[in-house]
Design a protein around this ligand. Structure first.
Ligand code: NAI
Ligand code: MG
Length: 501
């Protein structure tokens, strides 16, 4: 994956990026917030303001939910044949492709993501939309032969009005991994992007209208978690909430759902994923995999391989090569095609990571490389590797969400399975070995939602992704995700003149 970071392309003039959409998108219109309030979105390269965005509060969420409810109960979207929903989603995907560079620049400047990477990510979200567009006319139930003199069939019906709460680390991928399957299923929705990264979501709303998504079906309400987010999770007229973010807020989402109308909940939360490298691995390839596994998107990815376990036979060589590569990793302006790592998303995240690094040192782990800020403006951090990490240390247990690796040595397969599972999380795991027996044993023994064998972060629109344990429940991607937004209705009827009960 690292080679992607080095492709040479024209460097856009970041200062010339125009912010076109700064209002809430409700019922097909861009509107100011009811209170007139606004908030600033920040460029993490400098800490300077990029633009001021209308801030949704509870009153705006109420208006957006009314529009979504009207569109669900009386509008065409849930009633269209699936093929018509699919056709419109395909149009939307084409419009996204046509604006890929502009959208890539918005995510790069808003979140500090590599521009070169965003130019790959945006066409890939258009393809995610196409995946679900193609599924929209293949949603059907089953005919059931009952053991009594009845027969039954099931209908798969859209769950209703959905609230989507999106994080800032992948503003486009997270938006489409929620919005595409729920639209294909026939739901209507209110989407709250993260307060750090509202820009691309508003652009997508504009393109959705051009593609022909009817008014009220897709509403986008940027705002803060405890205000706009909480208004969604506790709303009495939202049928389902789909959330990606921290485990702590995931818990609050579930509580708010329980306290209000018992809306359905799906949660994609944090991780502390192990990458397990066995003695038979090609050390150079394993180093590359482990490094990209933690440094990709500056470690701001829920599936980051933040705990790396290396078997004792290759440990010393692995450590030496890893440190060399980490020192050579290029940190800098995400619009520069030579750069491999941009700034952390904001000051809060930057300071949180630095405080974990201090904690690691105090706990007695050995800092092999990194550990400091880079430059004197913006939120840049050095790629950081700790060794001599004990399993109960905070840096081995908490999700740091930054470029910080905990490196550990192991002897036996039994020991490493136990260590890898010694976490409250269960999102992902990586295994590097040529031995099929080891690969099979370990992949079945790790309690996590996705296992990558001899690869890492190999996501696909068609592969379900989501957690075990406190990493949450409910899958994004694949056909699993469409079922999150459908409910099963059973219809029963007598076959001939059989009794009524
Ligand atoms: P967060 O969980 O606070 O934010 C994620 C989303 O939830 C944002 O849209 C936010 O506005 C919203 N939110 C916050 N509080 C809410 C509430 N009370 N009710 C409803 N919605 C609410 O995460 P934050 O503070 O941005 O990052 C903290 C940590 O969370 C990170 O360091 C990382 O460990 C984890 N995280 C995990 C992500 C993942 O992909 N699973 C993504 C983002 C953060
Ligand atoms: Mg920002």
């Amino acid at each position: 994956m690292a080679s992607l970071f080095n492709c040479h392309a024209s460097n856009p003039d970041a200062a010339s990026i125009k912010i076109k959409f700064t209002q809430l998108f409700i019922n097909g219109q861009f509107v100011d917030s009811v209170s007139g309030g606004r908030f600033e979105t920040i460029d993490p390269r400098t800490g300077e303001v990029i633009g001021s965005i209308a801030e949704a509060t509870k009153a705006d969420v109420d208006v957006a939910v009314k529009a979504a409810r009207q569109a669900f109960d009386f509008g065409p979207w849930p009633r269209f044949p699936g093929s018509e929903r699919g056709r419109i989603l395909m149009e939307w995907a084409d419009l996204i492709d046509q604006h890929a560079e502009e959208l890539a620049a918005l995510d790069a400047i808003d979140a500090g993501k590599l521009y070169e990477w965003c130019k790959i990510e945006i066409p890939s979200v258009a393809n995610m939309l196409r995946y679900y567009a193609g599924a929209a006319d293949k949603i059907h139930g089953e005919v059931l032969k009952m053991s009594r003199e009845f027969h039954a069939y099931t209908l798969l019906e859209p769950v209703g009005v959905v609230g989507h709460i999106i994080p800032w680390n992948f503003p486009s991928t997270m938006f489409f991994s929620k919005v595409s399957p729920s639209l294909a299923a026939g739901c209507t929705m209110v989407v709250k992007p993260a307060e750090q990264t509202p820009l691309s979501a508003l652009f997508y709303a504009h393109l959705a209208k051009l593609a022909g998504i009817p008014d009220g079906v897709l509403n986008v309400v940027p705002g803060f978690g405890p205000i706009a987010g909480a208004a969604i999770t506790s709303h009495m007229d939202i049928d389902k909430v789909s959330f990606t973010g921290s485990t702590q807020v995931g818990r609050e989402v579930m509580q708010a759902a329980a306290r209000s109308n018992l809306k359905q909940v799906s949660l994609e939360l944090g991780g502390k994923s192990p990458v397990i490298i066995f003695d038979d691995a090609d050390v150079d390839k394993a180093v590359e995999l482990a490094l990209v596994g933690i440094l990709f998107n500056k470690g701001e990815i829920c599936a980051a391989g933040s705990r790396v376990f290396v078997q004792e036979g290759i440990y010393d060589e692995f450590e030496k090569k890893l440190v060399e590569k980490a020192k050579a990793w290029v940190v800098g302006d995400p619009f520069d095609p030579k750069v491999q790592q941009g700034p952390q998303v904001d000051k809060k995240q930057f300071e949180k990571i630095l405080s974990y690094i201090e904690h690691g040192k105090r706990e007695g782990a050995t800092l092999l490389t990194g550990g400091k800020a880079v430059g004197n403006q913006g939120y840049y951090l050095e790629p950081t590797v700790f060794t001599n990490v004990k399993e109960d240390m905070l840096i081995a247990q908490d999700e740091i969400f930054g470029p910080v690796m905990a490196l550990m040595k192991f002897k036996t397969i039994e020991e490493v399975i136990k260590s890898a599972n010694n976490t409250k999380y269960g999102l992902a795991a990586g295994i590097v070995t040529k031995d099929i027996d080891i690969a099979n044993t370990v992949s079945r023994s790790i309690r996590a939602g996705i296992i990558w064998i001899n690869c890492y972060l190999a996501f696909g629109n068609d592969v379900p992704f989501g957690g075990y344990k406190m990493s949450g429940f409910g899958k994004d991607c694949g056909m699993e995700a469409i079922h999150k937004y459908l409910q099963v209705k059973s219809v029963v009827t007598p076959i001939y003149n059989s009794p009524w009960l």
